[in-house]
Design a protein around this ligand. Structure first.
Ligand code: GAL
Length: 756
């Protein structure tokens, strides 16, 4: 049987490549993985600082369990070019920053101490995708995902693929394909047993077959009472696969689900039922530490998409993302479009070879995730490259005939080699605000894009983004326009059956190269900022759920007479899933309004738009008149469901400081986000209070980033990172305008979810 344990601690880190590859580890900084080779400031930095070599070293002490067995070091991800040495000998190299790789230690391990060295080169090497041109994101450097030590018998299960060919039939089946390493060493007979367990761990089926050759498939048939993997009930099953032979055994377990997913010319269907895709693109980066965030931060991002924003799909732009993120998408019911690394540029033959290898690595790593419904096998927004893409498509279809392929482009009439035409449609770029030009086009017609004379499976994979960058602290008017663009595109997608859905650019703001963004090394394209704090546009998504999942009532205003040009708060968009709202201005004037179905007929929950129809005299706009408080009430079925108040004279009242998790996990490189909201007397944010706030942390945790933070848009946030100890972690936040605020959370030990 195998053992698999995390090898995240005990590393020593040094800048540059230290060629002392034998003996004692170098002296340097002790670090725990996931690790970022260079921590960056939030913005305005030189992104070349991490584009160089670094060394990670660690001792591996001989263990009796290594004797006669296979010992491998596994890396979930290291950026960008990695070489692994054991006692001076090169044992592995890997030229991709996004896919896993392994180093075989078996032959080089000696009794006593063994020195492991990992050389990381963070350079933007033009032979490695995505590099060679300009890319609109940063890749950072370091061993930024988990590392594992795996010890198995000499013959072991290398990979398992589970297919559920008739998921919609009453009696279902599962085909478990196993790949065995070193099967040639087996003398005598060997067998593979596959057991399927339900979520409670009860066995629901088992089957067995003799192993002949290097791989084999076990079929489990006549499976009854199986629940499908749905978005609202993402039932997962576990396959426990065992290899047995005279000289040894191995066992792995894999999570999987039963579902069908199909993009057709008339839209997308999950389990045979139509589903309009509403999604966002996610970059896997965080402030300061770049990509180096552990399991729970990854899971939290999936939660934000699913529960905070009601998205049903995420595109992992523009590369395979953390296994923890994908596991969580499975668990919570969030569809995934995963794609290979790349951005516009296609390199030479070595580069293309690496890219084809990336298709294989991505699919072989992730083919059991029910959440994944599309493989992106084209370099994002590249020009046509016929032979290259014939190859990537053929490979994807051979490896995984159960999923469709896609290839994201921004050019029209490009060669359609994939199963789904996926287009970044940035046509909603008209500079005229929506209320000037009611007829601006949110999405192009499918056939105008494809140039084909028949409809094809079609998904809009990006919109908005650079067409209207918007900061969390931007003026209300600009944010209202940001909101409007999201509303328009979503409305258009819902109204067009042959559009499977639309995936906005993007979920969070992200650090980028000097050639993009606002000059501050940030693309402010998110519906949330880099700290995962929402802009108004986030509520376009948040408001599209049934009120039973949460009532949303979000006026797109800071509520001030003179924040917008000329004055007034009209037109006032209220993002809501209520069926009527009432605005009370001061003590008297009240207006009732219903969702604006004339403008947004297709949205599940159209916003209410208050304008001259409700205030013909624009009584809210008159410069020189008294400005007053407002109360907004949302009604559902005639009953008040939510009420908010905004005051005319906001003054600083309190700092709300709250963590996004109740505890920190000491046994992992865990991070908990803490938000700081500067609020007025009615509980609204004070968007233009830019005071610094100071953070002090006590106990077994580290503050990621600086101790003094500026409020922007009324918010600041930081992550607390566990430092290994358990016990109370105290946080104090001070500022000249507010009373000191303290919170405390507990650092606890927890068992890590199972991994093979
Ligand atoms: C797209 C690209 C994204 C991002 C976006 C900004 O062209 O695919 O990565 O740069 O533009 O709007």
């Amino acid at each position: 049987m195998r053992s698999m344990r995390l090898l995240n601690d005990g590393w020593v880190f040094q800048e540059g490549f230290n060629k002392r590859l034998r003996g004692e580890p170098i002296s340097g900084q002790s670090v725990t993985l996931p690790h970022s080779a260079v921590e960056l400031p939030l913005n305005y930095f030189d992104e070349t600082v991490y584009q160089r070599e670094f060394t990670y070293q660690r001792m591996i002490e001989w263990q009796p369990e290594f004797k006669g067995r296979e010992v491998f070091l596994l890396f979930d991800g290291a950026m960008a070019d990695a070489a692994v040495y054991l006692n001076g000998e090169l044992v592995a190299s890997h030229r991709d920053g996004y896919t896993p790789f392994e180093a075989r230690l078996t032959d080089g391990l000696r009794k006593g101490d063994n020195l492991l060295t990992v050389k990381i080169d963070g350079s933007e090497n033009p032979d490695i995708p995505p590099f060679g041109g300009q890319i609109d994101y940063l890749t950072y450097a370091g061993i930024y995902r988990d590392a594992w030590l795996r010890v198995t018998d000499a013959v072991w299960i290398e990979n398992v693929k589970i297919e559920t060919p008739d998921a919609l039939a009453a009696m279902k089946s599962a085909v478990v394909h196993c790949e065995i390493r070193n099967a040639g060493l087996i003398s005598g007979s060997a067998s593979i047993t596959a057991r399927i367990l339900d979520a409670e761990g009860a066995e629901i089926a088992t089957a067995n077959m003799p192993l002949e050759g290097e791989s084999g498939s076990v079929e489990l048939t006549s499976l009854s009472r199986i629940s499908l993997w749905h978005l609202d009930s993402p039932t997962m099953y576990k396959a426990v696969v065992e290899l047995d032979h005279f000289a040894g055994s191995d066992r792995v377990s894999c999570q999987f689900g039963f579902r069908t997913a199909e993009f057709a010319a008339d839209g997308f269907r999950l389990n045979g039922k139509r589903l309009k895709i509403v999604g966002l693109n996610r970059h896997q980066s965080y402030p300061y530490v770049g990509y180096a965030m552990g399991r729970r931060a990854q899971e939290r991002d999936a939660e934000i998409l699913k529960r905070g924003l009601n998205c049903n799909l995420v595109r992992t732009s523009h590369y395979p993302q953390s296994p923890w993120f994908l596991d969580h998408c499975d668990r919570i019911g969030l569809l995934v479009f995963e794609e290979i690394p790349g951005w516009q540029h296609i390199g030479g033959s070595d580069w293309k070879r690496e890219s084809v290898a990336n298709v294989e690595r991505m699919i072989r790593r992730d083919w059991n995730h029910p959440s994944i419904v599309l493989w992106g096998v084209r370099i994002n927004e590249s020009t046509d490259s016929h032979d290259f893409y014939v190859e990537t498509n053929a490979l994807a279809r051979r490896l995984d005939p159960t999923r469709q392929t896609a290839g994201v482009r921004n050019i029209t009439e490009s060669g359609f080699l994939e199963d789904v035409y996926t287009m970044n449609d940035f046509v909603n770029g008209s500079e005229e605000p929506a209320w000037v030009n009611r007829y601006r086009i949110p999405l192009r017609k499918q056939q105008e894009v494809t140039g084909l004379n028949h409809p094809v499976p079609y998904l809009v994979t990006e919109f908005n983004g650079h067409m209207h960058p918007t900061k969390i602290s931007d003026p209300e008017q600009r944010q209202a326009e940001h909101v409007t663009r999201y509303l328009e595109v979503l409305n258009a997608a819902f109204g067009t059956p042959e559009v499977s859905g639309c995936v906005g650019w993007c979920l969070f703001d992200y650090n980028t190269h000097k050639d993009f963004g606002s000059g501050d090394r940030i693309c402010h394209h998110g519906v949330l900022d880099m700290f995962r704090e929402p802009k108004f546009a986030a509520y376009v998504y948040a408001s599209q759920c049934d009120p039973s999942q949460g009532v949303v009532l979000k006026p797109v205003t800071w509520w001030a007479r003179g924040e917008r040009n000329i004055g007034s708060v009209l037109p006032l968009i209220v993002l809501t899933n209520c069926d009527e709202i009432e605005l009370q201005y001061g003590d008297g004037m009240t207006r009732r309004a219903v969702p604006d179905r004339d403008t947004y007929p297709n949205l599940p929950h159209a916003p209410v738009v208050l304008d001259h129809r409700h205030f013909p005299l624009d009584d809210l706009g008159l410069w020189g008149m008294k400005w007053d408080d407002m109360t907004l009430t949302g009604f559902i079925g005639g009953k008040p469901a939510k009420r908010i108040q905004m005051v005319a004279n906001p003054v600083p009242n309190r700092l709300e400081v709250f963590p996004d998790q109740p505890h920190l996990i000491a046994s992992e490189k865990d991070a908990v986000k803490v938000s700081i909201h500067a609020l007025d007397q009615a509980g609204s944010l004070l968007p233009f209070l830019t005071d610094p706030v100071f953070v002090k942390v006590r106990g077994p945790a580290r503050l990621i980033g600086p101790e003094s933070l500026a409020l922007r848009g009324g918010v600041a946030a930081f992550w607390l990172e566990s430092t290994g100890g358990t016990g109370a972690v105290g946080v104090e936040v001070t500022s000249s305008r507010f009373q000191l605020t303290r919170i405390e959370l507990e650092a606890v030990r927890r068992q890590l979810p199972e991994r093979n």
